[in-house]
Design a protein around this ligand. Structure first.
Ligand SMILES: [Fe+2]
Length: 175
């Protein structure tokens, strides 16, 4: 039914590299929030969960003198642009349907206003859902990027979410 599962995405070395950089626990929490919101708003839960999982994969580490520099980050950050591009490349490489890959990539591009000159863009329901999902998991001072989860538990959570998506898709097909 699906060309690519969340587990295929999650276990790819490129995803591992960037998801660990911006916080694996946060990525998984946003994937779950996106899934639940997608059901509430009648959006494809597979696309929403993938966008949620990969939404922060464009982060760069803005360090100065060995310390995280928030001002440098605020000034120079383009993580939604880089994330949209990285996610698209990864999904196409894994064999994702190109229309889905584009939709996921755009949801990543618009998941925040933080890098935009103004905050007046009109989002599709999917783009809005991923933005809300990210905001739901945000902690003050960017702490959500530092919450830890070990690989085994992370993998189990991803496999569980894959099952929930398959179940939801089966439900939709039979109704
Ligand atoms: Fe985020």
């Amino acid at each position: 039914m699906r060309d690519v599962k969340l587990l295929d995405v999650f276990t790819h070395p490129i995803a591992q590299k960037y998801l660990n950089r911006s916080g694996l626990a946060h990525a998984i929490a946003v994937a779950y929030h996106s899934f639940h919101l997608a059901i509430e708003y009648n959006i494809d839960p597979d696309i929403a969960a993938k966008a949620g999982l990969l939404h922060d994969m464009g982060h760069f580490t803005w360090y100065r003198n060995g310390k995280w520099d928030y001002d440098l980050y605020k000034q120079n950050d383009i993580h939604p642009i880089k994330g949209a591009e990285r996610a698209h490349k990864l999904l196409i490489r894994l064999g994702e349907n190109p229309i889905k890959a584009k939709t996921i990539s755009l949801a990543i591009l618009f998941h925040t206003d933080s890098f935009l000159p103004s905050n007046d863009i009109i989002r599709t329901p999917l783009q809005q859902v991923v933005k809300w999902a990210d905001e739901k998991d945000e902690e003050e001072g960017g702490k959500h990027h530092y919450r830890k989860i070990d690989f085994i538990r992370a993998k189990e959570s991803i496999m569980n979410l894959d099952e929930l998506i398959d179940e939801e898709q089966r439900k939709r097909l039979s109704s």
